[in-house]
Structure formats: structure tokens, C-alpha cells
Write a protein that binds this ligand. Structure first.
Ligand SMILES: Cc1ncc(COP(=O)(O)O)c(C=O)c1O
Ligand SMILES: C[C@@H](O)[C@H](N)C(=O)O
Length: 349
């Protein structure tokens, strides 16, 4: 029973088979191979964006930090939610790769930025001239760090605020497939049609071994990304192995099938947890993660029974003071089974 993260799942068999198939003979390096060309074209097709530029990297943090670096000056603010991954879990990589941009935090329920809160925060920034950081860019996470999903209309509402201040928008889509399946829209509707300029299109959490695609909808921004990717040490020399994963991921809509499975498992788990004694959701279950509080005794039984998961927030101890129920983050993936869910529910009920 592993609900610790979708990062703990293995790679889907189709991905591993694709890696083995791609391992024959010699291929041009650094992304000059035919497989990479094919994947770039496929992604432009999926996003209905023939002018988009596509770049593969191996981690979501690299995708996010390099995306921020082409969207803001070092003296610019990166407006993001206070629980954004780029704020809480990337060890300052966005600040590092941008040359020192300041992350300016915005509130909103379920780690979704609230448009008026964004507007107020941006309006307040940079009014003191050289004495203040300037307005730089906006970064949205979809699905969010609290398992919620922005609809295209909600993405557009934030992008409209950004546009009013002439700011570009990045989307951290480490779980983009989960958000897309949940929202039931097209990739274009969830991104550039809503006003997103650059997308970190995740594959790793959703069944790949390690690949993320940065999709840059304005080709004028591409050259700088190419230089920053190489300079940052994120240009894979045996690039065919990133491309092979991404090609298999997109083949036959595998990416959507894997995400749908994870979301369905999370919905099943969420329903079961809510029926458990003393349990309640702390965030809505909209994608592949369940955020719920349940009694400490249930946590003790679950962990003694072999369930792997994190308390939420991550750093609180199970044996700390107090009697109130403790919250947990329970993440489902392409590999989650109904048997795992039934076993977990039996332990907490
Ligand atoms: C929302 C979100 N964005 C970005 C990342 C970064 O991905 P990576 O750990 O591959 O750097 C993660 C990691 O799980 C994540 O949860
Ligand atoms: C660091 C942790 O948040 C990781 N990104 C995960 O979602 O599991």
C-alpha cells in the first residue's frame, strides 16, 4: 500500500518497452535524433500549436525553474500560490535559475490562487520604483499541490489579471494529465487558449521514468530556453531516451489512460475515507490525491499495517501532542490497485 507520492510508482510497462526499443544502434545526441523531432511535432499537434517550441528535460524542477528564467528578469517577482511547489519544494531552484527573482506569494483555497488576491498582490508590487522588486510573471500549478484542479475558465481568470499587468504566465503541469482528465477539456483550452505562455508538461509522475516537456507557445522565447537548458546542465546527451519515453507516453493516449486510472482510484479512496469513523476531507478530491484527516489511532493502525503515506503538512509528527485527527496526503498513481485501497480502508475503518 503506497500512497506516499506518484513519484514512488515505477514506470508504466509501455514506457520501459519504449526505452528498450530505442536502445538500438547509434543516434544523434543532444536532441538531434529523429525520435525527438517526432515527439516535438506530436506535442505541437496535441496542443494545436504549430508554432510552439518543445524541449525535454528530466525533472519537473528543471522544467519549472528554466521556464521561470525565460519569463522574468532577475529583479522581477514570480507570483505564485503560497503552497506552490516552486515555493516550497524546489530548494530555491527558480530563484537560482532566474538569477535571483523573488517569489511573491498569493493566497487561495486548496492551493488555487484567487484572481482578486493575485490582482491585489501584483498591484501592490513594484510601486516604489528601484527600491522594490518589479512585476515579473505568474506561475500556476495544475493540478495544484492540494489536489485541486483549475478549470480553463479559472486559468483564464488568472491569465486575464496577468495580462492587465502585461505579465507572462507559466503553468506547472507536473500533473497536467490528471488536471486535463478531471476538467474534461482539451490541452489547448487548458493552456494557450486561456492565456498560458509556457507549460511544464509532466510525464514522470504519471508513468514515465523521468521526462518532462517544456512547451513554449511563443517561439520568440525559445532560443533563450535552449541556452539556459544547456547552461543549466539540463540538456540530455542521450536525448533519444527522453524522447522514447515521451513518444510512448503520448502514443494511443496512454498519458490520458494512466491519469484517468489514477484519478478514478483517488475518487474511490476518497469515498471510502469519508465513510471511515472520524475522517473528513481537508481538500476536495479533484485529481489523483486525497487530503483527509482521520484519528491518530487510525494512522497508527494504517502505518503498522504497512501503508506508506505522508502526514499533511509533511513535517508534523504522528506522536506529537494533542488528540485531534491528523491530516494525510494520499496520492494515487497509474499503478494504484483497488486491492491497495481496500486494504488501506480496512485499516482506518
Ligand atoms: C506540483 C509539482 N511540481 C513540480 C514537481 C517537481 O518535480 P521533480 O521532483 O521531478 O523535480 C513536483 C514533484 O513531485 C510536483 O509535485
Ligand atoms: C516534494 C514532493 O512534494 C513531491 N514533489 C511530491 O509531490 O511527492
Amino acid at each position: 500500500m503506497n500512497f506516499a507520492s506518484d513519484n514512488t510508482s515505477g514506470a508504466a510497462p509501455q514506457i520501459m518497452a519504449a526505452l528498450a526499443r530505442a536502445n538500438g544502434g547509434h543516434q544523434p545526441s543532444y536532441g538531434n535524433d529523429p525520435l525527438t523531432r517526432a515527439v516535438e511535432a506530436r506535442i505541437r499537434d496535441i496542443f494545436e500549436a504549430p508554432e510552439a517550441r518543445v524541449y525535454l528535460v528530466a525533472t519537473g524542477t528543471a522544467a519549472n525553474a528554466l521556464s521561470c528564467a525565460i519569463l522574468t528578469d532577475p529583479w522581477g517577482a514570480v507570483f505564485c500560490h503560497r503552497n506552490a511547489h516552486i515555493e516550497e519544494d524546489e530548494c530555491g531552484a527558480p530563484e537560482f535559475y532566474t538569477g535571483g527573482s523573488k517569489l511573491v506569494l498569493v493566497d487561495g483555497a486548496h492551493a488555487r490562487m484567487e484572481p482578486q488576491a493575485l490582482r491585489r498582490t501584483v498591484a501592490h508590487t513594484g510601486r516604489g520604483g528601484v527600491h522594490n522588486v518589479q512585476r515579473g510573471m505568474v506561475s500556476i500549478t495544475n493540478a495544484t499541490e492540494a489536489g485541486a484542479v483549475y478549470t480553463p475558465a479559472e486559468v483564464k481568470a488568472l491569465c486575464d489579471v496577468a495580462r492587465d499587468f502585461h505579465l507572462p504566465v507559466h503553468m506547472d503541469g507536473a500533473r497536467f494529465a490528471n488536471a486535463l482528465v478531471a476538467a474534461g477539456c482539451t490541452p489547448a483550452e487548458m493552456t494557450w487558449r486561456a492565456g498560458v505562455d509556457v507549460l511544464s508538461f509532466g510525464g514522470t509522475k504519471n508513468g514515465c521514468m523521468g521526462v518532462e516537456a517544456v512547451v513554449i507557445f511563443d517561439p520568440a522565447r525559445a532560443q533563450e530556453f535552449e541556452l539556459r537548458r544547456k547552461r543549466g546542465g539540463h540538456l540530455f546527451s542521450k536525448h533519444r531516451f527522453l524522447a522514447a519515453q515521451m513518444q510512448a507516453y503520448l502514443e494511443g493516449d496512454l498519458w490520458l489512460h494512466l491519469a484517468r486510472h489514477a484519478n478514478v482510484m483517488a475518487a474511490k479512496l476518497s469515498e471510502g475515507v469519508q465513510a471511515a469513523p472520524g475522517a473528513k476531507l481537508v481538500h476536495p478530491t479533484e485529481a489523483n490525491a486525497v487530503f483527509a484527516a482521520f484519528p491518530r489511532a487510525a494512522h497508527v493502525r494504517a502505518q503498522a499495517g504497512g501503508a506508506a503515506y505522508y502526514l499533511w503538512p509533511f513535517d508534523q509528527p504522528l506522536d506529537g501532542p494533542g488528540e485531534e485527527p491528523l491530516a494525510a496526503r494520499l496520492v494515487c498513481s497509474w499503478a494504484t490497485t483497488e486491492a491497495e485501497i481496500e486494504a488501506f480502508l480496512s485499516l482506518i475503518s
